[in-house]
Design a protein around this ligand. Structure first.
Ligand SMILES: [Zn+2]
Length: 133
């Protein structure tokens, strides 16, 4: 069984951790501001322009205000888009969660395993990786 939330590259066998959980919320028009929920994001977006946090009524009013693009602020809020994890050496390959045999290779040049897998970069690797079905 593979470890949870990890995937391996079928080409080079490198193992990657896949981020999970709530990635948070941001504004489509401004990805710099990020918060753990929509309400916190509204407060974060309101405060700099007004010099203080909004009360409940002001926050609701802000949500219906139009932003510079003519979009209601509440429609400008979206879930943070998390990029799919890819192997930097094989971005065209889909990472597989069907892998076995976790091994950390610190010194690939001196490792039999690294030689047989043709690995020359230190890192975390899987001994066996099957292509994702
Ligand atoms: Zn790879």
């Amino acid at each position: 069984m593979a470890q949870k939330n990890t995937k391996a590259c079928p080409e080079c066998h490198q193992v990657f951790e896949i981020p999970t959980g709530n990635p948070g919320w941001w504004l489509k028009s401004n990805n710099e501001i990020k918060a753990k929920n929509k309400k916190a994001l509204a407060i974060l977006a309101y405060a700099p322009a007004n010099g203080r946090d909004p009360d409940e009524k002001e926050r609701k009013a802000w949500e219906n205000e139009l932003n510079a693009d003519g979009v209601k602020n509440k429609d400008d809020i979206e879930k943070v888009k998390v990029k799919e994890t890819r192997c930097p050496n094989h971005p065209e390959s889909q990472l597989s969660d069907d892998w076995q045999g976790f091994t950390i290779l610190l010194n690939p040049k001196r490792s039999e395993v690294a030689r047989s897998l043709k690995i020359d970069t230190p890192g975390s690797y899987a001994l066996k990786v099957r292509h994702q079905q």
